[in-house]
Design a protein around this ligand. Structure first.
Ligand code: NAD
Length: 287
């Protein structure tokens, strides 16, 4: 046990994901037996970016594990915006599809924002639709982005208090940083959001009780940038020939952290498990 009273210094994302997936599996079984509805997820992938293909494959595998029906819509890289929107409209009307996931990034000639807005908000399993984002901003959390949702679930699971804590988020993307900040504000933390133009990043990170790093810069956060006893979530993924790296210099930072997520095996599996939870919620509400 660490000085702060936590049982382990590593947040086991894989184990927590397994727990969430088993909750989803039970929920799916109840929906099938109770209402005769099998939750369905439609994934839409445009082009053949290998990383995107791998992410879609991982999501389909998770669907298989929990009993969600998954269908894969692969569109060639030269697909037009009209063709993409037309597919999304078809999926919006399909009663067997409860959640729709548009895998990002899209090829450069397409407009991701317009495509995401075309997804029916009640089928927005990723939580990126402006309606769901807006609800999140006013504290009415429904379908929220999966990665921030996973971070909050992990904090709950490890009994880490949030109210009144100093939270620092590195990265201000629409996918992670901004919704993460809103979720912490909704729980009455004091939140600082840093980004590539932040002057003196260390000045902020040193004050963090909870630090969430989503910059995509290998080992951006060093041990001298975190305070003793901080709880740290490393969202970043940098794929190199010899392996996958996070945004946190894990080996050295772990010596100071009360709790920390590894890369791989931390935030990644959690994000996918939460996506499964969202598809189930979509099916429970709209069947
Ligand atoms: P993005 O590329 O849209 O944004 C990156 C953010 O980091 C920006 O706000 C930018 O200003 C900031 N940033 C970049 N360099 C910085 C620096 N040197 N100092 C401070 N801030 C800096 O990123 P995103 O889509 O939020 O993804 C971030 C990382 O998280 C990527 O590595 C991505 O692959 C990973 N990711 C992982 C998961 C998961 O499930 N594990 C989910 C989403 C994203």
């Amino acid at each position: 046990m660490s000085d702060e009273g936590y049982e382990s210094r590593i947040i086991d994302g894989k184990a927590l994901a397994k727990k969430i997936e088993s909750e989803v599996e039970s929920g799916v079984k109840a929906l099938v037996s109770g209402r005769g509805v099998t939750p369905g997820l439609a994934t839409v992938l445009v082009g053949d970016d290998p990383a995107s293909k791998m992410y879609v494959r991982l999501k389909h595998k998770a669907c298989e594990r929990v009993g969600i029906r998954a269908e894969d819509h692969f569109l060639p890289a030269e697909t037009s915006q009209e063709e993409l929107i037309s597919l999304i409209n078809t999926l919006n009307k399909d009663k067997n599809v409860h959640g729709i996931l548009l895998q990002l990034p899209l090829p450069k000639h397409l407009f991701p924002q317009e495509a995401m807005e075309a997804i029916a908000p009640e089928k927005d399993a990723d939580g990126f639709h402006p309606y769901n984002m807006g609800k999140l901003m006013i504290g009415d959390e429904g379908l929220v982005p999966c990665t921030p949702h996973g971070v909050i679930r992990a904090l709950e699971e490890y009994n880490v208090p949030i109210k009144g804590k100093n939270v620092v988020i590195v990265g201000h993307s629409n996918v992670v940083g901004k919704p993460m900040a809103a979720m912490f504000l909704n729980r009455n933390a004091t939140v600082s959001v840093c980004h590539v133009f932040t002057d003196d990043l260390k000045k902020y990170t040193l004050g963090a009780d909870i630090l969430v790093v989503a910059a995509g810069v290998k080992h951006l956060i060093k041990a001298d940038m975190v305070k003793e006893g901080a709880v740290i979530f490393d969202v970043g993924i940098t794929q190199e020939k010899d392996g996958v790296y996070g945004d946190v210099d894990f080996e050295n930072v772990i010596k100071k952290a009360a709790l920390i997520t590894p890369v791989p095996g931390g935030v990644g599996p959690l994000t996918i498990a939460i996506l499964m939870k969202h598809v189930l919620s979509c099916a429970e509400i709209n069947f």
